[in-house]
Design a binder for this molecule. Structure first.
Ligand SMILES: Nc1nc2c(ncn2[C@@H]2O[C@H](COP(=O)(O)OP(=O)(O)OP(=O)(O)O)[C@@H](O)[C@H]2O)c(=O)[nH]1
Ligand SMILES: [Mg+2]
Length: 297
């Protein structure tokens, strides 16, 4: 049998998004793809595990890997689990590295730590300054010395989708010519390659908890979905939990007269209804488990 011919110049490969927490990696991924794959929030350490998602166009196929932000100080048990993950990804099968920098933040030891990690890797690297919509403060000159170490430098705004087409073009310029890795003709059940529906819904709930809860509370919690079922009356029933370290946190997440958990649940439900175009009944409770972080992969 004749082997499937590789389309000329069709390029594919794995592209890792690396950077400090809050630099905008997940926002960039969602807006490059044009749909939500990875949750985002103004709080650092929102992404807790690498997320794989596919971009396809006539030039080829990019498998993006969103990673948890690399941070300097590691003290709590959740951070200890999350922090090594991006570095582990870089040791895997990655074809291009995108180092995303928020130019509106000073270069401190955290950023220097990431520079040290990326320097050791001998692969095509793109230096991407994000948040170009922010004029001041700006610390571009702090990072200018890096330009010669990278294959290409770009300025983008992930949030306002500025220059994202240039970024895709730059990525394709550095990917190898080879046939597609993921079958693009078969529609996928979930937005990310490595997330099932329950995990994706749990992530949406966690995002809303990150948005509404103040201070350190987001770092005390995780979320889990136990059931998703389509009912005869046309609604989808979802049973989910927010799990936190102690009863004290549980009380705060529930809030006065249950107001906080109601707000989190309502925001999650609205987003899920828009995404699925179905009416959702979200049964959301809060529970205490001081050991939940041990299950983090
Ligand atoms: N002004 C502006 N804000 C942005 C831009 N990109 C991202 N943000 C904001 O920056 C914050 C962090 O974005 P995320 O995408 O969650 O950042 P991240 O790098 O994935 O963070 P971690 O998952 O914690 O590592 C959010 O409030 C975003 O809305 C941008 O281009 N301009
Ligand atoms: Mg993220």
């Amino acid at each position: 049998m004749k082997k499937k011919e590789i389309k000329k110049e069709f390029k594919t490969g794995y592209v890792a998004l690396i950077g400090r927490p809050n630099s905008g990696k997940s926002t960039l991924l969602n807006n490059l793809l044009g749909h939500k794959v990875s949750i985002t929030s103004p709080k650092p350490q929102t992404t807790r595990m690498p997320i794989y998602a596919v971009y396809n166009d006539e030039r080829g196929q990019i498998i993006f890997i969103d990673t948890p932000g690399i941070f300097g100080k590691v003290s709590d048990p959740v951070s200890k689990k999350i922090n090594p993950k991006a570095e582990e990804i870089l040791k895997e099968n990655v074809d291009v590295i995108i180092y995303l920098i928020d130019h509106s933040r000073e270069r401190e030891h955290e950023e220097n730590k990431i520079i040290g990690i990326i320097r050791k890797i001998n692969k095509p690297k793109l230096l991407v300054f994000n948040k170009s919509d922010i004029r001041e403060p700006s610390y571009y000159p702090h990072f200018a010395f890096l330009e010669e170490e990278f294959n290409q430098t770009l300025k983008v705004s992930a949030l306002y989708k500025h220059n994202l087409n240039l970024l895709i073009e730059a990525i394709f310029n550095h990917l190898p010519v080879q046939k597609e890795i993921i079958d693009s003709k078969n529609p996928r059940p979930t937005p990310a390659l490595n997330m099932d529906s329950k995990t994706f819904v749990a992530e949406i709930i966690r995002e809303k908890a990150f948005l509404f809860l103040r201070k350190e509370l987001p770092y005390t919690l995780t979320s889990a979905v136990d059931e998703i079922s389509n009912r005869d009356n046309g609604t989808t029933y979802i049973k989910a939990r927010i799990i936190t370290f102690s009863d004290r946190y549980k009380k705060m997440i529930i809030g006065d007269k249950g107001r906080m958990i109601k707000e989190i649940g309502m925001a999650a439900r609205k987003e899920l209804e828009t995404a699925s175009d179905r009416k959702i009944f979200l049964d959301l409770t809060v529970e205490t488990n001081p050991h939940w972080h041990e299950a983090l992969l």
